[in-house]
Design a protein around this ligand. Structure first.
Ligand SMILES: Cc1ncc(C[n+]2csc(CCOP(=O)(O)OP(=O)(O)O)c2C)c(N)n1
Length: 322
């Protein structure tokens, strides 16, 4: 591993920030439901942090990310401001989408964050746009599209990969295969266990990685991003993972308890922490400090969100196209 210790610690900090963001968001959701403050559904990214962080570590501000309905982690890993994200959850005017979007529509084009999507698979064709633009303009920008394995059963996913490969577009499709699409287990949806081999039918490379292993994701993404920047076309990465929470806050848990326990033992954050400690890349004290700092940052973000004003109803049509 040729990454500097500061870089490794920064990736841990991002994973911890995502985890803490989700925990604070759930608290706000529970309280917010009572006072009618919360805007829309909440899908937790807890357990999948290594994927967003391992992939986005290779991206620049002028690269693009298309997110999904489970997108807080993608936004944080791409560099979004957690205060503005928390305010967005509450529909406040200081929100990252000025309170117009909520949890599934975190949007910050200035850092290449092209938003989440309430339509499963909806990001897969959209990602072709900036990928084509980069190729047309002759820049080396890349586009990443994150989606769940449920999205891979949509027809548009196949159309998108076909076109991406035909035109050798600089796009990386990252399937976060958490084995369940809402309440449907993968064995009831796919006749085969893996997605990555299907890339071959589009003439593009496909890789399966352990999505709970930050370094494995980082390595696979590095290869894919390198290929895209060099003009060698798209890649499909399938990252196997598991969400720690039910599909969303209002759907009860459907997954077997032993399966959940098995995956929680593979939690990407303690796994990476253990590796960092073993390598001497972080000390126990530094680790504790890092978590304290992250907690304080997210507490402050939640306070900021609570105290921010709602958008002025007189401006409801602002930012809409006539
Ligand atoms: C086109 C479409 N169909 C159905 C839904 C309802 N829905 C929302 S999330 C979801 C499951 C998606 O599963 P997956 O793509 O695997 O992502 P995950 O939630 O596991 O991260 C479904 C069916 C939707 N939002 N859009």
């Amino acid at each position: 591993m040729d990454l500097a210790p500061e870089r490794l610690r920064e990736m841990l900090r991002l994973m911890a920030t995502i985890r803490r963001f989700e925990l604070r968001a759930q608290e706000l959701f529970r309280e917010g439901l009572a006072v009618g403050e919360f805007l829309g559904a909440l899908h937790s990214y807890e357990g999948e942090e290594a994927i967003a962080v391992g992939v986005c570590a290779h991206l620049r501000d002028d690269d693009y990310v298309f997110s999904s309905h489970r997108g807080h982690g993608h936004a944080i890993a791409k560099g979004a401001d957690v205060r503005a994200m928390m305010a967005e959850l509450l529909g406040k005017s200081t929100g990252i989408s000025r309170g117009r979007g909520g949890s599934m529509h975190m949007f910050a084009p200035e850092i290449g964050l092209m938003g989440g999507n309430g339509i499963v698979g909806g990001g897969t064709p959209l990602a072709l746009g900036p990928a084509f633009a980069a190729q047309y303009r002759g820049t080396d920008q890349v586009t990443v599209c994150f989606f769940g394995e449920g999205a891979a059963s949509q027809g548009v996913f196949h159309e998108s990969l076909n076109l991406a490969s035909l035109w050798r577009l600089p796009v990386i499709y990252v399937c976060e295969n958490n084995l369940w699409a809402a309440t449907t287990p993968i064995c009831d949806a796919w006749p085969v266990p893996d997605l990555a081999p299907r890339a071959e039918s589009f003439g593009m490379p496909g890789m399966t990685v352990d999505g709970n292993d930050l370094l494995a994701v980082h390595e696979a993404a590095g290869e894919a991003v390198g290929r895209a920047r060099a003009g060698d076309g798209p890649t499909l990465i399938e990252a196997k993972t598991y969400r720690h929470r039910p599909h969303c806050m209002v759907i009860p848990e459907h997954r077997p308890e032993d399966e959940r326990a098995q995956w929680e033992a593979l939690d990407p954050i303690p796994r990476f922490e253990a590796w960092l400690l073993e390598q001497g890349a972080i000390s126990d004290v530094e680790l504790a400090d890092l978590h304290t700092e992250v907690e304080a940052e997210l507490d402050a973000a939640a306070d900021f969100a609570r105290q921010s004003p709602l958008p002025d109803p007189a401006h409801f049509a602002q930012y809409m196209w006539a």
